[in-house]
Write a protein that binds this ligand. Sequence first.
Ligand code: SAH
Length: 476
Amino acid sequence: MRTFPIFVSFAGKPPLVVGGGELAAVKARLLLKGAATVDVAASHVVPELAALAEAGHVSLLAARPGIDRLRGRPLVIAATGDDEEDARVSAIARALGVPVNVPDRPELCSFVLPAIVDRGEVTIAIGTSGAAPVLAQRLRAWLERELHPRLDALAKLAAEFRAPVAEKVPSGSPRRRFWEAVFEGAAAEAALEGDEDKARALIGAAIKQATDAAPASGRVLLVGAGPGDPELLTMKAVRALKAADVILYDRLVGEGVLDHARREAELIPVGKAKGLHSVPQAEINALLIERARAGQTVVRLKGGDPFIFGRGGEELDALREAGLTIEIVPGVTAGIAAAASLQIPLTHRDVSHTVTFLSGHEAGGEEPSFEHLDLAALAGGKNTLLLYMGVTTAGLIAKKLLEAGFRPELPVIAVENASRENERRVAATIAELAAHPERLGLKSPAVLIFGEVAGLPAHGVIEDILALPELARVYA
Ligand code: SAH
């Protein structure tokens, strides 16, 4: 059963447990963590339930409850130990739309109970959709160890200051930043150490400071999202995504990457697919500036590294001119990710002493001439070329390299979708590439690695331009 976690309020009618045995007692005790009272419908109850009833925590009702007893309940647990009775209760509850759980009978349940880490105001519910209850228990044990035992005190203190902070600190990003500073700073430490007076004084001072300060202006973070695999995000990038009010992201940003964004963040695609319409650069710049001036934390999320063929430089200029606070978070660029995946080094003491990052695409969308590059000089040295944006121009570049004196057998490997599940690699020589560029069957995004390193033993499946599409050459 696929499930979705929520926290249920017991402010209205109490929850109902049907059954009076040990199992029912366990469930009633669990519900009392969140409910002031629990109703128990049973003809006989074990001593624990009797004691809870005596103490006013449990109200005892007649066994075999009907529709009227179940209607309007926040939830019902049927734990009579009698399969037929549990099924009857489950059927009524489901017909009424009342959430129902029957322990160990998933087919009779409309909700499941999570493993719970309980720190008073702070509750963590762990679920595995029934797949691995033991894993849930292990996670719970781990969280129990990791989480400060006085987390509850911290949450209570925050509750105490909620109203004054709401009154004095503007809502949205200033207020969120205020609380982030509290939870990361000395006030939280003091509360966790049990010095609540000190914590109160510190929070009071922080409120005063926030009120006195000039209205906060926002900031822009140019963040590298890496080549696609979310595991290749830096910790700083993840932190930036969690802090962002708004994220402007490129088409090349991997799917799992945005899962790290703060849930309330506004996500704006400004992607550029070659030849397709996208938001013009001037508009992106204007949007970044406008949002930051409105006090927002703005993340400009770019594939790979923001300063490798990412037009990060142009955005930086515009942001500097606007006088904004800027932060750059580097990312793993596609060429580096491709080399890592192939397990071939880009520099190598025997065959490659320099790496050149090349674009196969000129500003303005014209065919690249490569006049700005001294290809003849590169041909003489031990060098690796990393070609970006070269899917449509790879053949032309190979020709230019041959003309410049590169040896025709020089190996090339193209890597499509580096680091993603659909990564694909094709090997060729520059002569083959110059003669039959279409045979690579390359699709964007792809990087090409030219140089002796591309002939070193590589990891994984590599298709061979000569054998395509019939055969695949497999290394290592
Ligand atoms: N800033 C990016 C590059 C942007 S230019 C970076 O540092 O990676 C866009 C080009 O990047 C694409 O045309 C392609 O050549 C390359 N690219 C981006 N992601 C890629 C990926 N996952 N696999 C292969 N190439 C990729």
